[in-house]
Design a protein around this ligand. Sequence first.
Ligand code: F6R
Ligand code: MG
Ligand code: MG
Length: 372
Amino acid sequence: MLWEFVMKITLSVIKADIGGFVGHSDSHPDCLAVAEKKLAQAKSENKVIDYHVTKCGDDLELIMTHQKGSGCQEIHGLAWDIFVSATEVAKKLKLYGAGQDLLSDAFSGNVKGMGPGVAEMEFEERVSEPVIIFMADKTSSGAWNLPLYKMFADPFNSAGLVISETMHNGFIFEVLDVKENKRVFFRTPEEIYDLLLFIGSPARYMVKNVFHKDTKQISATSSTQKLSYIAGKYVGKDDPVCIVRAQGNFPAVGEIVEPFAEPTIVEGWMRGSHYGPLMPVAMEDGVPTRFDGPPRVVAYGFQLAQGRLVGPRDMFKDKSFDDARQKASDLAYALRKHGPFEPHRLPLEELEYTTMPQVMAKLASRWEELGD
Ligand code: F6R
Ligand code: MG
Ligand code: MG
């Protein structure tokens, strides 16, 4: 049937840390159960086509499909309502940091800027529509910069850039400057050096979207909240999510997961103030415990069928990622040996927690001017 091929679907992934179990390490099943119940009801009322509730560490992840477009008030309101209800459960259980990502008391139309992380894209569902949803804990949105670059612009990662006619002309990267609240588009491969100048500084410049150059199809999107900028003080990390479409005009599934085989160093470990390796893990291992980490990433694969989420497949469960986990552990160990020294600890101006003002005040009278 023709309508099967032209159906416009919105895939929304909205997440928040509404309380940790135990400490910041995991999510409590009762909180997930609340989300499951509310989304089952929303599905029965045709508010969403389909949904999947999951977690990564202490983050509750709501994966939803519908036909209402990105930024839809009804869908964002539904997610907000679920986070508020799950927070009530978290408060009853005295879970840690209950409601920590809900920065406002009232919903005002869109969860953007209110604490929860959002990645959503609207597209015409293809004859077959494989998507991969990445969810991370103990890191920030810039963590996707390097993997997205490898998937969509690095021929040593994605063979399709070289040998597939559908990918050979490249992709367009939309990059945000989260400090200045600006954006810019880069065409690849021709502008990769300019692109790298910015996205190589992932604390400030973040890849928001990637588009297929020939067709302008949306290829990938990420959550780019910076909670510390939103709240003006430390309120937790962004623990970002990212959606990537696979196959055909886009990288193959294997090209999409491949960047995570070589663990990269990201910010966000312990107190949001340390660099650590991003460890790709199966869902049951998305429970950062050692020194509150190391940072984790999980990948869920789905096939969409008229908006139905067929899946998930737990993509990093594959044994072939065992060596990446080992490498991440080795890197973690090497960094941990630095204790409170950089480059394990973030530079002073990037620290999420700091005692510097108090210590400076205490020492004010003891700092002596040095003459020339
Ligand atoms: C939170 C995190 C943790 C906390 C740490 C201290 O996502 O990464 O490392 O920052 O456990 O937490 P508080 O300040 O809440 O005691
Ligand atoms: Mg937490
Ligand atoms: Mg978290």
